[in-house]
Design a protein around this ligand. Structure first.
Ligand code: BGC
Length: 740
């Protein structure tokens, strides 16, 4: 459709039809044969009767057949035949579940991130998705927050920018209407990851400088990469819920960042502004949201019920509604839906493309890059084929390894570690026992309390736990090495999954303690959605392989890494704290006036735990042994337009081939406002042959030295800087230079 025709269409629409475009509901309603608004599922939503066949979009319905059926039914009843938009949460893949986003980020490989986005976009696009609520680029410094599992960048803003751009471009392509592409909805704007105390949906209050310096850039990068949609966040930002924050949406996003696309609220969030105490009632919530600039109300009833009277009372509100509807129609037009309301939905292609062999093969390789080797004492890994293995733990024979957002993927298609190991080694060398459950029933009940699980008999459970433990000890005694597959329940991370204690579950710690007494080497494969407290078990383990929730091909990927077919190369994007008392903890913190460097008592430290993280940002081992040397700058002074070339030699001192992530950090030693102890400014993932040495080059330019100064201008200041290069954020070589 031409722009002129869209305007003509807008002019033909009644106010009810316009408001309908601004309402999003769950789509299953349209699959019911008899839709009864007064008694059916729509009753809770309290939608006016005339609204149903006016709504502009629906969420989380997938499958070509279903999507076509809904679109047909809708269009047959819609007066102006404006097609529905189908929006979905394809967070870590559609049918092929990929590693959860935090894991993907640990690949430090933009090609990996891109490829995952491409396959996910293709699979979901042919199955009906027009819009994907991804990427989530909420900077996350607090491991207590359950949604760190969805954070592609973890605690680093620079990684967030690089990844955001790659994902948005992969989803949308050059023409978003083309096969395999969909609209990227970047979320959750803004600073959702900074929820106080890591408790989901909680208060965010931060200086504008901090916001602009760290939290805003990943969203900004997504907008600059062309993201067509933005989702607002549940939290308040400096006193005002993001959903009705006029400064945030109208001033910052639309005027300053020139965002032209559609803004959607998060689920029910407009109505929630009443609970926040920022709107008096539903009517005011609707007014606040439309005035702030929200185009689509996701799953609350306030736009549907109040926008009409607000428009009738105030021309300005009607103007805003017209602008919002125009943006929504334009988006539908970009997707080509007026010409073809099914988009690229295609049952034949579904059969051919979804879960196809080639993609599964690719998925395994991509997954392997996301694993982080945290410990490898006495080179316990890779495993040798002939040792007798006791495979123990609740994740050893468990296919539920795709994380809490992979609702479209069929876990029965996944293999378990046990399945794959049986094929890999002689079965007389393999012993298996579950050892314990992931969680005790009382803990599961607490997590899932809203889902009303029956309470079980505690005594029965204690007996069962004892039995499982005994079984595990028996097989462990007969083995040469224990491979322990344990971790968090997949429902312990994700939305509304904040935890104050981020330790492994008590019953699993108990299992580790008992196995440790046998004096056999133990390798732990760790499944989890957030950095965990490991200081209470680490000394009992010889190897630790962090695999997060690795997805459909996880088991295959793990076994190949354990046996050394593939060398692990992931690096952490979030610091692992000593315990949750350290949270939020992040590598690019400021110094205090009393840094913890001496034995002096009155310094910034804890009395009971170390000051530094347990595993730092950027950390991750390899079967190779990399040595860094000869850090050199081509000059030590630069002016505004100069570039400093930095080189470092990296040597692989081992028989293994593998990848290393070489990281460059910069520190501005003093400024009009204080600057962090170091900040990531560049990285390269390089492949090394056995004993190969490579000279790696980075450039330093003025852009890398800029920050939001005391007058809130984005500028660099003259003075001294340090550059650090290494394989993580702590063990680095360093040099100095000056900007003059
Ligand atoms: C989440 C969003 C998600 C939306 C739609 C909300 O609860 O916060 O991230 O996209 O639901 O499912």
């Amino acid at each position: 459709m031409k722009e002129k025709e869209i305007i003509e269409l807008l002019n033909k629409m009644t106010l009810d039809e316009k408001i309908g475009q601004m309402v999003q509901i769950v789509g299953d309603i349209f699959l019911m044969d008899d839709i009864n608004i007064s008694t059916g599922p729509l009753k809770d939503l309290e939608l006016p009767d005339e609204m149903l066949y006016n709504v502009g979009s629906i969420l989380n319905v997938m499958g070509a057949q279903k999507v076509k059926k809904i679109q047909d039914k809708y269009l047959s009843k819609s007066r102006l035949k404006i097609p529905l938009l189908f929006m979905d949460d394809i967070i870590n893949g559609y049918k092929i579940a990929f590693p959860i986003p935090i894991a993907q980020g640990c690949s430090w490989n933009v090609e990996v991130i891109k490829k995952i986005a491409e396959i996910s976009a293709m699979e979901s696009n042919i199955s009906g998705a027009n819009v994907n609520f991804s990427p989530m680029v909420d900077l996350s410094r607090d491991a207590r927050w359950g949604r760190v599992m969805e954070s592609i960048e973890g605690e680093d803003s620079y990684l967030g920018q690089v990844y955001a751009e790659a994902i948005v471009k992969a989803y949308q392509g050059k023409d978003v209407s083309k096969l395999g592409h969909l609209v990227s909805c970047v979320k959750h704007v803004a600073a959702y990851g900074a929820a106080e105390a890591g408790r989901d949906y909680n208060t965010v209050d931060m200086s504008e400088r901090e916001f602009r310096q760290y939290y805003l850039p990943p969203y900004k990068a997504a907008i600059e990469a062309g993201a067509e949609m933005i989702m607002t966040s549940f939290n308040i930002l400096n006193g005002i819920p993001a959903t009705i924050n006029k400064w945030l949406i109208d001033e910052l996003l639309r005027k300053e960042l020139n965002f032209k696309g559609v803004v959607i609220s998060d689920y029910g969030a407009i109505e929630e502004t009443i609970a926040h105490g920022a709107s008096k009632d539903e009517r005011q919530a609707a007014l606040n949201a439309i005035n702030a600039g929200v185009d689509i109300d996701m799953m609350s009833k306030v736009y549907a019920n109040y926008l009409k009277e607000l428009c009738q009372e105030d021309k300005e509100v009607e103007n805003r509604v017209n602008k919002s509807v125009l943006r929504i129609l334009k988006l539908k037009n970009k997707l080509g839906l007026f010409e073809n309301p099914y988009g690229n939905t295609d049952e034949e292609k579904e059969k051919k493309y979804i879960m196809n062999k080639q993609n599964l093969k690719e998925a395994k390789k991509l997954t392997q890059e996301t694993f982080v080797l945290l410990k490898n004492k006495n080179k316990i890994l890779p495993l040798t084929k002939n040792s007798k293995i006791a495979l123990i733990g609740p994740y050893a024979d468990n296919n539920g390894i795709t994380g809490s957002w992979s609702m479209f993927s069929d876990r029965t298609k996944n293999h378990t570690i046990l399945d794959i190991l049986k094929k890999r080694i002689d079965t007389k060398n393999l012993l298996y026992a579950k050892g314990t459950e992931i969680l005790r029933e009382k803990d599961i009940n607490r997590i899932l309390s809203a889902e009303g699980l029956p309470i079980i008999n505690i005594e029965d459970e204690q007996e069962k736990e004892k039995y499982l433990l005994k079984e595990a000890i028996e097989i462990a005694k007969k083995s040469e090495i224990i491979v322990l597959a344990i971790g968090e329940h997949y429902k312990q991370s994700g939305e509304a999954c904040s935890r104050s204690n981020i330790s492994l579950p008590e019953n699993q710690i108990n299992l580790i303690n008992e196995l440790y007494k046998l004096n056999k080497p133990i390798v732990m494969i760790l499944f989890n959605g957030r950095p965990l407290q490991l200081n209470n078990v680490e000394d009992k383990l010889d190897g630790i392989l962090e695999v997060w929730f690795p997805g459909t091909t996880g088991a295959e990927a793990i076994i190949e890494v354990l046996f050394g077919d593939v060398n692990p190369s992931g690096k952490l994007t979030m610091s692992f704290p000593q315990n949750s008392g350290q949270c939020p903890i992040y590598y690019n913190h400021y110094n205090t006036g009393r840094p913890h460097v001496t034995d002096f008592r009155y310094v910034s430290r804890y009395q009971d735990i170390a000051t530094e993280s347990f595993y730092p940002f950027g950390y991750g081992l390899s079967y190779c042994n990399f040595k860094y040397k000869n850090l050199k700058l081509d000059k030590n002074k630069m002016k505004e337009n100069d570039i400093i070339y930095v080189t470092v030699e990296v040597e692989n001192q081992s028989d293994y081939e593998g990848y290393e992530v070489i990281q460059m950090y910069i520190q501005d030693l003093y400024g009009s406002v204080v600057r962090p102890v170091k900040e990531l400014k560049g990285f390269k993932k390089e492949y090394f042959k056995p004993y190969e040495t490579k000279k790696i080059e980075f450039k330093i330019d003025i852009e890398m030295l800029k920050f939001w100064n005391e007058c809130l201008e984005y500028k660099a200041e003259e003075g001294e800087f340090k550059v650090y290069i290494g394989g993580n954020s702590v063990n680095t070589l360093e040099e100095t230079f000056e900007l003059y």
